[in-house]
Design a protein around this ligand. Structure first.
Ligand SMILES: [Zn+2]
Ligand SMILES: [Zn+2]
Length: 338
């Protein structure tokens, strides 16, 4: 049996073509994909700026229906609605054994190093999949993975009660941060973005103040140095935004690098500032056993993500998206097979 898949054959060379439908190996399920989200990481993979081998079928944020159950799999049946943590870890290396599975020595990920969900079918280790209730749409369920990345970052950050926070970027990830930080009890939540409609959305979902990207220097002039924020989060991955953001980090401030830059990007950091202000710099990469808590958040309706999906594309449409058909109004763009 054949299926259609989006294949990145080498950096900036992608096609939609037929591939054999994967068969479920022992311990695996095969999922007929309903939704696959396109994320910034996929664009980095397309551009040759991430950890992927080529050719690769991208797609690590997905939902669908179980179409085949492999030998030895318990707890899943054909027809189950599912989503899955795309990250495979060995469970035996020194990182897995010390709670750092996202740094596993034998790490692999569906859609990053293994065939992903920008295809009609994807094979998934059953232990990584979770069944969905009927309350969640496939569109929402394909957002559990990004939410799980936010959960992971929040667990690393541990926002404190009534901390003040400054967030750069109000795209799909930034909006999840807005809701999550608002829930976690920060006092002030200032959000910066270039797009007016994204700032409006942030204000609706918990930002206490929004600042247009071009006006940060003026509007936050009095929030530099000692008057800076307890928490600064970057979701843009843009080096010049990152470099600029440190001046708004207050005494004992915690900075979170959540946005993905290219592998080579660097920024200048005033090291005396780091010393004198006693900053903590926190990186947060992917997720680490946070898929279940993220799904719990969504199932309980504590976090809302349905409105973040601003475009639904076919595989061919996704190809055009990778080639540059991207809009400033895009938030989460998904491939839909529904
Ligand atoms: Zn992603
Ligand atoms: Zn490991």
């Amino acid at each position: 049996m054949k299926m259609k898949a989006l294949v990145i054959e080498s950096p900036r060379q992608a096609v939609v073509r037929e591939l054999p439908v994967p068969r479920a190996k022992p311990g695996e399920i095969v999922v007929r994909v309903k939704r696959a989200g396109i994320c910034g990481t996929d664009i980095h993979i397309y551009n040759g700026e991430y950890l992927s081998p080529y050719p690769i079928v991208p797609g690590h944020e997905f939902s669908g229906i179980v179409s085949e159950v492999g030998e030895g799999v318990e707890g899943f049946r054909e027809g189950d609605r599912v989503s899955a943590d795309p990250n495979l870890s060995c469970g035996r290396c020194r990182f897995c054994l010390s709670g750092r599975a996202n740094h596993c020595e034998r790490w692999a990920a569906i859609g990053v190093t293994l065939p992903g969900a920008m295809a009609e079918y994807v094979a998934v280790p059953a232990e990584l999949a979770m069944r969905l209730s009927d309350r969640l749409s496939f569109a929402e369920a394909a957002l559990v993975e990004p939410v799980a990345c936010v959960v992971q970052a929040l667990r690393r950050l541990k926002p404190g009660t009534a901390d003040s926070a400054l967030l750069f970027g109000a795209g799909a990830m930034g909006q999840q941060w807005v809701q999550a930080l608002a829930m976690s009890g920060v006092s002030e939540l200032v959000v910066v973005d270039l797009a007016e409609e994204k700032l409006e959305m942030a204000a609706k979902w918990g930002a206490t103040r929004t600042v247009p990207g071009g006006r940060v220097a003026e509007e936050l002039e009095d929030r530099r140095g000692k008057n800076g924020f307890d928490i600064v989060v970057d979701t843009t991955g843009i080096p010049r935004v990152i470099e600029d953001s440190f001046q708004y980090l207050g005494p004992c401030g915690r900075y979170v690098q959540f946005g993905v830059t290219t592998e080579e990007a660097t920024v200048a950091l005033r090291t005396f500032g780091l010393y004198q202000m006693e900053w903590t710099l926190i990186g947060s990469m992917a997720l680490n056993h946070t898929f279940a808590p993220a799904l719990a958040w969504l199932e309980a309706g504590r976090l809302s993500v349905g409105h973040l999906v601003t475009r639904e594309l076919s595989l061919e449409g996704a190809l055009e998206f990778f080639r540059g058909d991207r809009r400033s109004s895009d938030m989460k763009v998904q491939i839909s097979f529904e």
